[in-house]
Every structure is written in C-alpha cells, then in structure tokens.
Design a protein around this ligand. Structure first.
Ligand code: CP3
Length: 341
C-alpha cells in the first residue's frame, strides 16, 4: 500500500503538513444521498444490500469522483455496521432512517459480543479492495467509523432522535453498563479500523456526530476518552469530525489526530484562535448553503476559505450534504475551491 502512486494526493499532503497551492475539498456524505445515479440504485437494492455488495460499494463510492470531482473518495457504508456486527438487528427504513432492536433493561447489554470483524465486516473490507482497484489511484480513499458515543446513541435509542434522551437516561441510570457498552464498541471499532487500513484506505475519519448533544462534563466522560483510544491506535492520516463540540475544542486539540472537522456553528476565527493556524481544520459550510444560487455559493465558499486561511485547511461542509442538493450546486462548490488562488 505504501507504494501507491495517487494522482491527486493534495488532501494527503495537507494531512501530512505539506504546503499546497489550494485547499483540498470533499463533502461528507457525498457517496449516496444526493446523486441521481445512487437514487436509481436505491429502488433496486435495500440499503444493507448496497453496503454488502463490493461492486455496488465501489460504484457508489466512485460516483462523486467522476460526477463532482472531489479530491477524495469516501467508502460507501454506514456507521451502523458496528451494531449489526455486534449482534443487533439494524434496518434502514425509507423516509424514516435507521431502526434497531430496542434495549429496555441494562441486562440487554450482556447479549452483545465483540465480533470477529474479519468475518462479520468482511464485506466492508471487500468493498474497499474493489473500490481501490476501480478507483485507479485517482484520489485517496477515506474509510470511516462512528465514534463510540455516536454509535451508542443509536444502539440505546433504537433510531435517530433530536435529543437521544433515552441514551442519556441510560447513562444516568446505568453508568457501569454504559461504560461496558462504550468499551465494547471501542474495541470493535479499533479492530474494524485496522481491517480497513489493511484493506488499503488512505485516510480514516471518525464521525462524532452526536458528541455535541452532551454537556462538556458528560462529553469528557462518555465520548472523548473512547475517541482518544481509537485515535491513539490509528497509524494512518486521520480526521476527527466533532460536531457541536465547541466547548471541548481545547481538549480535542491535544489529540494525536491529523485534522479536526467542525460544523458551521463554530466561526472560522474562533476555531483558529483555539486550534491555531498550524492545526489542519476541516469544514464547515452550512450544507443548506448549497441550496442557494451559484453566485452565493461561490461567495460564501471563498469567504470561508479566506476566514480559515488557505493553509492547513480542508474545505468541506459542516455536516453531510443534504439529499435535495442540486448536483450543479455541489459542482459549483467544488469548482470554486479548485479555482482558488
Ligand atoms: O460520506 C459518505 O457519503 C459515505 C457514506 C456514509 C453513509 N452514512 C451512507 C448512508 C457515511 C459516512 C455515513 C455515516 C453516518 N451514518 C453517520 C455519521 C455522519 C452524519 O451524518 O452524522 C450517521 C449518524 C449515520 C446513521 C444513518 N445512516 C442515518 C441517521 C441514516 C438515515 C438518514 C440519511 O442519512 O439518509 C443513514 C442512512 C444512510 N447512510 C444513507 C446513506 C447514503 C441513506 C440511505 C438511503 O439510501 O435511503
């Protein structure tokens, strides 16, 4: 893997602290969701069928590289393959989102096992290998996982939620059982990350999508320590996406991560004040801006780059691209960054 000769490796250069002429750009959730080619596949295969078929994984992963020309590909999969591998039933219900087995008592935690990821998640590894073959070294491939806290939220809540109050209630009522489950998820995620690295990913991103629903005290107890364990074990360039975690940026800045992803509620200047100009930062355009006009998208994107500074910076959205984003608008966003000088 070390000898890969990637044609466009600008994002790897930035993650390794090298200078580049313009910031690299990609979009969280670029694989699937908004592209018409993906929407067509949706009517033919269920969500996990799409995730478990290496040819479909490769096809969906490469779509935004061909159609939108982002500087990196992100493997098509989901953070919820972890609960699936740990023995939970998980289904993706159209127009509703994920639905998981319900957990009603603390003893329900006892049934979870640390899976053999090489067996249970082999389909992800095969999808990565197929993608690398088909990608022909055009751009680096990003692998990912959810942070243990974010995965825990779905496992306890049983679905998506605005506040994940059932997950929080579980932490308050059963702190020891919560710790046990967070540890199980962490161990599984480290094995899973290692499997992805062995399969050839170039970059690893950890999505802490729901760290921001916790108070600082709870964040430092239920999310941060487990993120640290994973980052400490990661031996390739990595990015931590820390949505809503503005209160803990100082602590996050001490992690051995190559880049910190932030959402649009954090102002670029505020982030730079705390993280410094040497730290690689990724983000943070409000995804809804891509629903506006081309000229507005251009201006908002250029303003953002100027505010972050074009060095040690990866352009991205502050969260996933919205499913109703017009393809032309996503292209405008990418083109604007590529034309930055
Ligand atoms: O970035 C990428 O494009 C790679 C693929 C990817 C998916 N999910 C595919 C997907 C990634 C990185 C994820 C991560 C993910 N999944 C997160 C963390 C990032 C975030 O957005 O906060 C979370 C919280 C999930 C859980 C999840 N998966 C939800 C809540 C949903 C339903 C809502 C939605 O996003 O559409 C999913 C389904 C899902 N995962 C889809 C895709 C393309 C849509 C499924 C469909 O085709 O109907």
């Amino acid at each position: 893997m070390k000898n890969k000769n990637i044609k466009n490796d600008i994002i790897l250069k930035v993650l390794n602290g090298q200078r580049v002429d313009r910031p690299p750009v990609w979009m969280m959730r670029q694989a699937g969701r908004f592209l018409p080619g993906y929407r067509k596949l949706r009517s033919e295969f269920s969500f996990f069928e799409r995730c478990q078929n290496p040819n479909l994984v490769s096809k969906i992963t490469i779509m935004p590289i061909n159609d939108i020309k982002t500087d990196a590909a992100i493997i098509f999969s989901d953070i919820l393959v972890i609960p699936l591998a740990m023995g939970m039933n998980v289904s993706m219900i159209p127009d509703f989102g994920p639905k998981l087995d319900s957990i009603n008592k603390k003893e329900d935690i006892d049934k979870f096992i640390i899976p053999d990821v090489n067996k249970k998640l082999n389909y992800v590894f095969e999808g990565i290998k197929q993608t690398i073959t088909d990608l022909e070294n055009k751009v680096p491939l990003i692998g990912f996982a959810g942070s243990p806290w974010t995965v825990f939220c779905y496992m306890i809540q049983g679905s998506g939620s605005k506040d994940f109050s059932k997950a929080k209630e579980f932490c308050l009522n059963y702190p020891n059982y919560s710790k046990k489950l967070l540890e199980l998820i962490t161990i599984t995620t480290i094995d899973y990350m290692r499997g992805q690295i062995k399969s050839g990913i170039d970059i690893f991103q950890l999505f802490d999508s729901w760290g921001g629903i916790l108070s600082k005290k709870d964040y430092l107890k239920f999310s941060f320590p487990y993120i640290k364990m994973i980052i400490d074990q990661c031996n390739i360039p990595n990015i931590l996406f820390a949505k809503g975690c503005w209160h803990s940026l100082r602590e996050i800045n001490k992690l051995k991560t190559n880049a910190i992803g932030i959402d649009w509620l954090i102002e670029p200047k505020y982030a730079r004040n705390i993280l410094g100009y040497d730290r690689v930062v990724q983000g943070n355009l409000d995804p809804s801006y891509l629903l506006s006009s081309k000229s507005k998208i251009k201006k908002l994107t250029l303003d953002m780059i100027n505010e972050f500074g074009s060095k040690n910076y990866i352009v991205n959205l502050g969260h996933g691209i919205l499913p109703n984003t017009p393809v032309e608008n996503a292209k405008t966003f990418i083109k604007t960054v590529k034309g930055y000088s």
